[in-house]
Design a protein around this ligand. Sequence first.
Ligand SMILES: [Ca+2]
Ligand SMILES: [Ca+2]
Ligand SMILES: [Ca+2]
Length: 510
Amino acid sequence: MNTNLFVCLAPQRGFATVALLGILFMIFFTGATVVFLGQNESQKSIKSRRSNEGLFIADAGVEKAIWEFVQSDSYGGENNTALGNGVFNVSVTNLGNSRYELLSTGWINASNVQVTKKIKAVVEKDPVSQVFDYCYFINNWGWYWGHDITACGDIRSNGRFDFVDGPKVEGDIYAGEEIDDHGTPIRGIGGEAGHQHEFAEKVPMPNLQILDYYEQKAFVSSGTVVINGATMIDKVFGDDAGESGNIVLVGTSANPIQIDGTVVVRGDLVIKGKITGQGTIYAGRNIYVADNLEYKNCPNSPRPALGQTKDQWVEAQHDKDLVAYAAKGSIILGDYTKDPHYGYTGSDRWYSNQYLFSMGDEDVGLDGIPDTGDTGENDGFWDPAYEDIDGDGVHDNNYNWSDVETQVPITNFANVPTGTTNFSNLASNSPSKIEGIYYTNHAWAGRTGNAVQFNGSVISKDEAIIYRNGLTFNYDERAHSRYNSDPSRFIDLGLPRVRGVYLVSWQQVH
Ligand SMILES: [Ca+2]
Ligand SMILES: [Ca+2]
Ligand SMILES: [Ca+2]
C-alpha cells in the first residue's frame, strides 16, 4: 500500500470515487424506474420519489466537491451542474485550519413536481492522521509481552495484537487482525469484550517520503529550536551552506531545548534531556533518543485525575509543553553501540536488534501487513503496487545495523558536546522517562531502564522496545483528533497529515 497516495478512509460516510459512482448509478437507476412506473403511480408517490431524488442530487454535489478537494484545495464550487433529472449548485466557505463548509443545493424540475433539497457539510483537507489518537499504534504487529506492561489510553495495531502474561490496558484495544491473550486475561478494561475490537478497519499511516511538504510547514510557521539563546535550527537544518543536516540537541533544566513551531532536520537528529515549548521536529533520516527526554513544563499529571474529564484535563494542560518527533527513517532509543557487534558484552546490552532484525521486509502481500498469509506474501516477488509500504520505490528488506547506525560518525554532527568521541559518550541504556509524541513509519527500537514511562504516543510500523521491570504508556489526550474541531482546545502541533479529505459533518438543512 502506498500511503502517500491513499485517500483518507477514516470513520466517515463519504469518500470520493466509489461513493460518487454509487450515487450516480442510484440516480440514473431511480430515474429510469420513475419513468417506467410513472403512469400508475399517484402524484404523492411521485412527489416522495422526487424528494429522494432531489436529496440524492444535493448529496452528489457534496460528493463532487469532496472529489474536487481530493484533487486540489482551490475548488470554488459548482454552478448549475446537470445530473439526471436535476441540477446542483455547491458554494464553498473556507473556515480556516484546512476546513471548508459546503452548501449543496439540488433541484428537480420534472413531471410537474418541483423539489429543492439542501445539504450542509464540513470537510477537512489533508487531515491530521488518526494514528495520533493512541498511546501505542503499530502498523504491523502489536505485542505486549509482560505482566508489568501498562497502557493508559487506547492502543491499536493494523495487524495482529498479542498479549502474554496478562498486561494491563486501561483503554480500548483495536487490531486489524486477531487479538490474542494467549490464555491469560488482559487486566484493566481492555480485558473486557466490549473494549476489544478485532479485525477493525486499518488506519493508514502518513508517509513522510516528501519532506518538502513539512519544510514548507517549517517556513510558514517560522519554526525554531533555541538553546541558551543560540539558534540551533532556523526552520530547516541542512538547507544552508555549511549545514551537514545532522545535529545533536542536549537540553538541561537550566538550558532546555526550546522549540517553537515546526522544524525539519534533513539528516539524523540525536536528542536528550529537557525540552520546552510546543512544536514538531521532522527528521529526514533517524531520530536518536539517546537518554531521558522530558518536558521542562510537563502537564500536572500524565493522565486526567480521578473525577476530571478528558476535556477538563486538556483545557488545564493546554499551554504546557507538547512536542512531537517524526522520523522519515527510524526512531532509535538508547545506546545501540553496546552490543557484541561492536565488541561490547556487558549486561546492559541494547538487545533490541535481536527482535528488530527479523522485521521490516516489505514482501508482505496485498494487505501490506506481514504474517497474514495473504496473496503475494513471502513469495519472493516484490510488487510496488501494494508492497512498497514506505513509498520509496525500493524493496526494503529486514532491518540491519546500517538502518540503526548514524549515517556519519557522531563527531561529524553539528553541536556535538565537547569531549565526545563516540556515540556511547552521549547515550545510555537506562532511560526511564520519554515524553512526547513519536512517529515513524519504519522502526521504533531501543532499550530502556527500570520502570520506563512513555508519556505521549509511540507510533511506528515495526516496534522492538526492550524494557526492564515495568513499561507504562500514558496517552497525552492533547494530541487526540477530537480536539481538532474545537477552536478553544485546538493545538496546531503540525503533526503528519494524511493525503485526502475527511468528512467532518453532514446534515440536510432543507
Ligand atoms: Ca500480508
Ligand atoms: Ca510479494
Ligand atoms: Ca519501500
